[in-house]
Design a protein around this ligand. Sequence first.
Ligand code: ATP
Ligand code: MG
Ligand code: FE
Length: 345
Amino acid sequence: PVVLGIETSCDETGVGIVRGSTLLANVIASSMEEHARYGGVVPEVAARAHLEALGPTLRSAVDEAGITLDEVDAIAVTNGPGLAGALMVGVGAAKALALSLDVPIYAVNHLVGHVGADVLADDEPFEYPTIALLVSGGHTSLLLVHDLTSDVELLGETIDDAAGEAFDKVARVLGLAYPGGPRIDAAAVDGDPRAIRFPRGLTKPKDLVRHRYDFSFSGLKTAVARWVEQRQDAGEPLPVGDVAASFREAVADVLVGKAIAACVDLGVPRLLLGGGVVANARVRALAAERADAAGIALRIPPLSLCTDNGAMIAALGAQRIMAGHEPSDLGFGADSTLPVTTIQS
Ligand code: ATP
Ligand code: MG
Ligand code: FE
């Protein structure tokens, strides 16, 4: 089926079009620069930006796909989690489009979209069960995926900051601009990852909190801030590259370490990565290295499908159709705190 997907959960207005598991178009307009001067996303600004960007983004995606709107078989839209006002712009537009084209609509969980994005990049269908590591700006979760269209189990999640949030906060401490992830990644290229040994949160057995594979990044963030502060108080120059590389190494080590441990412990030799932080060069490299050593089949989406986009939402809608699931009722709302385990709304 040809599915058009709309994503407006945060600061990216994304429209993607797929035919089954084939990507036809992926157009993204970002209001990131408007938020950069505030050091983070401003919800009201994001919602207004979606309202302005959505029309032109829809137009470009249809043009890029080389189709006409009457070839669209279904609409998919992110209904959460995310910023309430931002989500409402996408959901409203998606419903109007579905009604006017007289096609079904599928409400898609943004987080499940991140996890399923690689279906567009790899010809092999997903094999189940698979372990999935979701690392984004607002979430850090380890999942046991029985079926991306119906059944996802939570193995662990962050008890404080998300990994992407830690990147953004540490970037600020280092005087790097928002969003911090890509900037730390770039600064780390010239640094020594072994220069500073930053803490790895929740990696000792006694640390276990709610779930066996929970994460914690706030201690790491504080440790970096304290280290930087001591340097500055001593009037010494800040080795930004070394701090960035050492911090990035600590994050990658914990994320990949737990994901591989879960694969081994549960006897599931398949690992999927998803979310904006998976754009990180060290996370990708370390995951590839350790999965290879452990005999685990690893799937990592290309960079363009890691951060927020509409194509992953369209892809999940198409997966739902191909698995024979019913569309969503037109009365669904936007849920800013939709849990990753709620797949169909
Ligand atoms: P969520 O998906 O949880 O609702 P979100 O949509 O804001 O949150 P994403 O767009 O998936 O999150 O990812 C954005 C996050 O990814 C930001 O925190 C950003 O700093 C981080 N990020 C992007 N590129 C990189 C990178 N190269 N290295 C590390 N982090 C990165
Ligand atoms: Mg974003
Ligand atoms: Fe996201």
